[in-house]
Design a protein around this ligand. Structure first.
Ligand SMILES: NC(=O)c1ccc[n+]([C@@H]2O[C@H](COP(=O)([O-])OP(=O)(O)OC[C@H]3O[C@@H](n4cnc5c(N)ncnc54)[C@H](OP(=O)(O)O)[C@@H]3O)[C@@H](O)[C@H]2O)c1
Length: 247
């Protein structure tokens, strides 16, 4: 196996579930020294133990948590080579039902929290490193009920472009991976087995490849963009979506 991240310090924000955990496993398998964050102490501890990673309970929606997490990463691991900004929450509500609380809850994590986590990670990042941010096809697809989430992910896309431009002097590449429907916990929390089966069937209908994606399929794209294999790729938003956006 290629060891593209041997002895590299890789930080996965939101690394204890779904796409983030799948990527963390792949980074570890390729030799990375890992730090993982998340809110759920139990799943975070399990992931950290499995991967020999530094696990930090940290809510990305609370900027002080990101400041503290970065200070601990610096003390324990030193500088950061790869930052994977993956933490995110979902939520559907049609326009008339969107409350300020609902909107702010999604934006505080998916956009505001992600921005300030990056801001506080930057002093630790090594020149020539890579940032990968998890977007969503929601940023370009007009899915009814997805207005708050889609706006946050579109904002993340705009933010990524400007962060990438400002980081050119440091040769830090900033790219995004935007998944289509991917079979992770984000869909399953608070859903009955019937609801889950219904969602899988619905996505099989709408995704050109006829199924949901897996966390591993998205994670492989994350590792590619974070790795030297993508050394001349900067500023892209890679759709990993079975063709949803382009076909
Ligand atoms: N699954 C999809 O179809 C899909 C499609 C497009 C985009 N995405 C994006 O993919 C990313 C990963 O989602 P997933 O599908 O893998 O779902 P997931 O299994 O629910 O994972 C979400 C991850 O984000 C973390 N997280 C959420 N809120 C956080 C907070 N406030 N502070 C710190 N960590 C937080 C979670 O940690 P805790 O469990 O500890 O909260 C978990 O590690 C998200 O950004 C999501 O928007 C997913």
């Amino acid at each position: 196996m290629a060891m593209r991240f041997r002895d590299r310090v890789v930080v996965v924000l939101g690394g204890n579930s779904g796409i983030g955990l799948a990527a963390a496993r792949m980074f570890a398998a390729e030799g990375a020294k890992l730090a993982l964050t998340g809110r759920n102490a139990a799943t975070l501890a399990a992931a950290a133990e499995e991967l020999g990673a530094l696990g930090l309970v940290s809510d990305i929606g609370v900027v002080a948590h990101s400041v503290a997490a970065m200070a601990e990463i610096e003390e324990r691991l030193g500088g950061i080579d790869v930052l994977f900004v993956n933490a995110g929450v979902g939520g559907f509500a049609p326009v008339p039902d969107v409350t300020e609380e609902f909107w702010d809850g999604i934006h505080n994590v998916n956009l505001r929290g992600a921005f300030f986590a990056i801001q506080h990670a930057l002093p630790l990042m090594r020149d020539g490193g890579a940032i990968v941010i998890t977007g969503s096809i929601g940023s370009v697809a007009a899915v009814p009920g997805n207005v708050a989430y889609a706006a946050a992910k579109a904002g993340l896309r705009a933010m990524a472009r400007i962060v990438g431009k400002e980081l050119l002097t440091r040769r830090i590449r900033v790219n995004m991976v935007s998944p289509g429907p991917t079979d992770t916990e984000i869909f399953k929390r608070d859903a009955s087995p019937e609801d889950i089966a219904g969602m899988r069937a619905m996505f099989a209908d709408v995704v050109p490849l006829g199924r949901m994606g897996t966390s591993d399929e998205v994670a492989r794209a994350v590792l590619f963009l974070a790795s030297p294999d993508a050394s001349f790729i900067n500023g892209v938003d890679l759709f990993v979506d079975g063709g949803c956006v382009e076909l």
